[in-house]
Design a protein around this ligand. Sequence first.
Ligand SMILES: C[S@@+](CC[C@H](N)C(=O)[O-])C[C@H]1O[C@@H](n2cnc3c(N)ncnc32)[C@H](O)[C@@H]1O
Length: 284
Amino acid sequence: MGREISFNSALATLGEYLLRRVPAAYVRTAVAGLERRGLLPSGRLGAGVGPDGEALSAAIPQRWAVNRPLYEKRGGTLDFDDLLAGFVKDSETNRSDMARFYAFCLMFDQITKEGIAGDVAELGVYRGHTATLLAGFARRSNRRAWLLDTFEGFRDDDFVGVDAAQRVQFTDTSLEAVRAFVGEENTTYVKGFFPETAVHLPADGRYCLVHVDCDLHKPIAAALDYFYPRMTPGGFLVIHDYASLWWPGAEQAVDEFFADKPESVVPMPDISGSVVVRKAKHGP
Ligand SMILES: C[S@@+](CC[C@H](N)C(=O)[O-])C[C@H]1O[C@@H](n2cnc3c(N)ncnc32)[C@H](O)[C@@H]1O
């Protein structure tokens, strides 16, 4: 994993250098060559170059940039310094996944605007990068963030069906390290194997936003079974990895679950192809 990150980072640096120094036609040829050889695993460089070789980037949404005074006048309170610090800390992947960061921030604003009640939760915390966003929002809006993980990586009990050939990953973390990184205020950590750990969640729990990021079919299906009925109407269920093509179990679990539900998935343009589902305000 470490090798892939530094490879991506080297490519990005090379791309930025080329964009600044080299005529557009050369940049296009270089990018096309890398793409042909399959040497752009993150797609970052390819997506960042326009038809004339110009740099393309995701700008900060206008409500928080040019229209920030209007945003604040309407009562907007999102604090980027606070939220961004945790999301990007020591994470090269997240630094190039600002689409996901902004998507979460827009959902937080929408929850506030619509007065959607309930806590936030994440199944699949790993080292806590997205958890810092959820905990930050929970603290500002007087909710609780429920963070669930083995904090020891995958368990082979989940390597079934489409995931039968998977191997243990994400072991390089610990509950203590995540606690120190994300903090304690308005936050509850639930360590162990889901869905066994669901008994530690409040029986009458309601959620305005749940992030399901556990990669494999079995825990994702279990998370949808558990959280969907507990979502407040209008609440956001975000499922990571659906469209990435790395984790076929994620796509399969989501498609199976929503086949007979009134809601549909909305794809997001983040690196890992998350999808968002908003719980219907009224039953079918
Ligand atoms: C991709 S990582 C999560 C990344 C994290 N959301 C972030 O933003 O950095 C997937 C996590 O899912 C957890 N996980 C997978 N299956 C699980 C299960 N059945 N119960 C608890 N945790 C599980 C793994 O331990 C791993 O930490």
